[in-house]
Design a protein around this ligand. Sequence first.
Ligand SMILES: [Zn+2]
Length: 458
Amino acid sequence: MELTFLGATGTVTGSKYLLSCQTDAGVSKRILIDCGLFQGLKQLRLKNWATLPVNPRDVDVVVLTHAHIDHSGYLPLFVKNGFSGKVYCSDATRDLCEILLPDSAHLQEEEAEYANKRGFSKHNPALPLYTKEDAKNALELLTAVDFEQDVDLGDDLTLRFSPNGHILGSAFVKISNKKTSIVFSGDIGRPNDILMRPPVRIKQADYLVLESTYGNRLHDREDPQIKLAAVINKTVKRKGVVIIPVFAVGRAQELLYYIHLLKSSGAISNDIPVYLNSPMAVDATEIFTHHSGEHRLTPEQCSALNRTAHMVNSVEQSKRLNETAGPMIILSASGMATGGRVVHHLKAFAPDPKNTILFVGFQAAGTRGAAMLDRVDSIKIHGEYVPLRADVELVSNLSAHADYAEIIAWLGGFESKPKKTFITHGEPVAADAMRLHIEEQLHWQVIVPDYLETVTLT
Ligand SMILES: [Zn+2]
């Protein structure tokens, strides 16, 4: 086998790995594991427009570890450019992609429209990376398979999904033939997540591709409810608004559940209005309740989660919130404040010091979220600078990613060391720190690959 890293090298986005497999009979099969969009810094986003070193027509199969756009969002373009094979994923990943991919297409179309209006595109007219039609075509190729079942890919190749606890439907992907095997970690969840079950232990793989989002950090071990309650109470006392930028899938449901727990225990007042202003998050919450076998919540807890917030669907309702006085809590996407309805709320509420912007997940370099956590004086929204006077807070231990100690503990499940472990999906400092932790603590052979690097797996 040969493995080429087409993304998630030196960054947490753009996950794409090309596995070229040669059989004894000389047949070669190409499998793309994850098909993610680059996000964040402009130089990264431009990579979405670059021609891939492989023609999508020559790829036989795509496999998705999970539905997050940085792992699935390139698929519509890949299909538009000629891929026509099966896209294997878990059942819940398929359901989530059905809402995430059309939304991503919508954002691409909006961006192109905006560039045309402003006339700042080099191309005239500016075109979207892909359209809703392209997303629809991609969805038709999704093929759901069960966890812990071997899927025969032909030519002696086998695929297997195992739950990895990151979000609904997320999986470790193992691909093996008679000679060798490789596991792709996807994004690894945490052992004690409030919603998701812990990542299953993998006992063996000849090669491992491992994420390192938090390769240089440990999550605070304190119960996140303590800081959440403190931030909410402090803001409510000032009659302010708590804006929580959330990913529609995963974080939004977790936050709703935490807010439900805080209200039930009396840690925050039961009277504080809570709004979930993201149609996609509303849909994702429904999908979450449908896949009850995959998470920890009982049907009663699921319905409590659904009752915790007013679900905001229409644009009018969303706009009205900006004219509503606090106290209130608004959860809105996107999680790094790069787009979506939360941007409109930031425009309305960031200039007022009685409000709080509360981040609950990783903020990639180059995003508005990262800039706000760095306490910039103003943020650029829709071409204008909006003063940032609101409090900015971070509850870091709500992450859906394992930290390095949790990853090292998970690696302890391997009964023999992989021949090589490739560290991806981390900013350069985090990836290198993860390499050191593994080398020093486990004495494994570890490599931090470069963008477009190819390695041979024997
Ligand atoms: Zn993810």
